[in-house]
Design a protein around this ligand. Structure first.
Ligand code: NAD
Ligand code: IPM
Ligand code: MN
Length: 357
């Protein structure tokens, strides 16, 4: 089969890690008889530098007619003083909204070989961890009204608004319950209902949706407690469903339990087959251009693309098995290295995975 993929290398380590995902995809293509056509598009700081905006219309148009989108990461110090709407991150939020990517799946999976890379004690982490975070991605405080004003005391102030509608909560809750059904049948919904009205609505709606899934257990946690529970007893979780901002924060926390933020892939999904696939981490400007980045989160995101956008389950599993094999053989990028392992750079890691596909 033939697939058209819009590729956004982005900024910082983005181009380095995306290159590795393409090498692995091409190996899948030659092994299983598929053709992946890549069309490079501008988004993020690189788009701002070349066109004056972080998300050019041409990028949106190409993404919409592609079969899926692959993204590295965006952002960096050099764009930190731009107004909000011109920042690289605004490009990312814009493309998520344009493509209707309301469901962000972030699977935090600990590979056995990486037990020692997890900062948790062996008796807490054991030798496996498998949590799927389902993060709402096109609503909440990321997309609510925001602005600056002068308050009653004549002082400059700023505000951002968290807002959720019933249908927004309903559709993300359904995604979480459907996933839980195919896993360990437990959904933990995380909110801040003791303070926020939007969280009280969130909880009401999730409880209503749960009635359609009597085979799945539903638990609730307040977000502050959840952040603590993730490090004290991470094995209690199966599927986590939460709002845009809480999901952003908790997924970085969960990623570290599996050894590194460089291990956490993500799939941003819409109602249809079009999805955007990107690692959960950022552009890591501190290590950009040094061949030090861990490309595995991006490679694993490409596997999610095969699974969710192209229905190529066998090929997706082949990538995941190749990653596992490379780790079992002791190869590590710096972020996941431990005593007795073999440290390799970003490009070598991509090559090793491709060879084992
Ligand atoms: P970051 O995720 O870029 O980096 C945090 C730390 O993790 C850094 O020490 C970095 O070196 C390390 N790290 C991240 N990815 C790694 C990898 N693949 N391999 C090895 N180490 C890795 O977060 P930050 O520093 O807070 O943000 C930097 C920029 O990235 C900001 O402009 C931010 O807005 C942006 N950002 C973009 C995305 C995205 O494009 N999806 C996500 C998060 C942050
Ligand atoms: C992520 C990132 C983005 C987010 C930023 C860069 C807009 O942190 O994908 O996790 O907060 O969603
Ligand atoms: Mn984030």
């Amino acid at each position: 089969m033939e697939f058209n993929i819009a590729v956004m290398p982005g900024d910082g380590i983005g181009p380095e890690i995306v290159d590795q995902a393409k090498i692995v995809l091409d190996k899948i293509g030659s092994k299983y008889g598929h053709v992946f056509n890549y069309e490079e598009v501008l988004m993020g700081g690189v788009a701002y530098d070349k066109t004056g905006v972080p998300l050019p219309q041409e990028t949106i148009d190409i993404c919409k007619k592609s079969d899926s989108v692959l993204l590295g990461a965006v952002g960096g110090y050099e764009w930190d003083n731009l107004p909000g709407e011109l920042r690289p991150e605004a490009g990312l939020l814009g493309i998520r909204k344009e493509l209707g990517l309301f469901a962000n799946l972030r699977p935090a999976l600990l590979y056995k070989a990486l037990k020692d890379a997890s900062p948790l004690k062996p008796e807490i982490i054991g030798d496996s961890l498998d949590i799927c975070i389902v993060r709402e991605l096109t609503g909440g405080i990321y997309f609510g009204d925001r602005g600056r004003l002068t308050n009653e005391a004549g002082e400059e102030a700023a505000y951002d608004t968290e807002k959720y509608s019933v249908s927004e909560v309903e559709r993300i809750a359904r995604v979480a319950f459907e996933i839980a059904r195919k896993r360990n049948k437990l959904v933990t919904s995380i909110d801040k209902m003791n303070v926020l009205e939007s969280s009280r609505l969130w909880r009401e709606v999730v409880v209503r949706v749960a009635a359609d899934y009597p085979d799945v257990e539903l638990k609730h946690l307040l977000v502050d407690n959840a952040a603590m529970q993730l490090v004290v007893n991470p094995k209690q979780f199966d599927v986590i469903v939460t709002s845009n901002m809480f999901g952003d924060i908790l997924s970085d926390e969960a990623s570290m339990l599996t050894g590194s933020i460089g291990m956490l892939p993500s799939a941003s999904l819409s109602d249809g087959k079009l999805g955007l696939y990107e690692p959960s981490h950022g552009s890591a400007p501190d290590i950009a251009g040094q061949d030090k980045a861990n490309p595995l989160a991006t490679i694993l995101s490409a596997a999610m693309m095969l699974r969710y956008s192209f229905d190529l389950e066998e090929e997706a599993s082949a990538i995941e098995a190749a990653v596992e094999k490379v780790l079992d053989e002791g190869y590590r990028t710096g972020d996941i290295a431990s005593k007795g392992t073999k440290i390799v750079g970003c490009a070598k890691m991509g090559e090793l995975v491709a060879e084992r596909v």
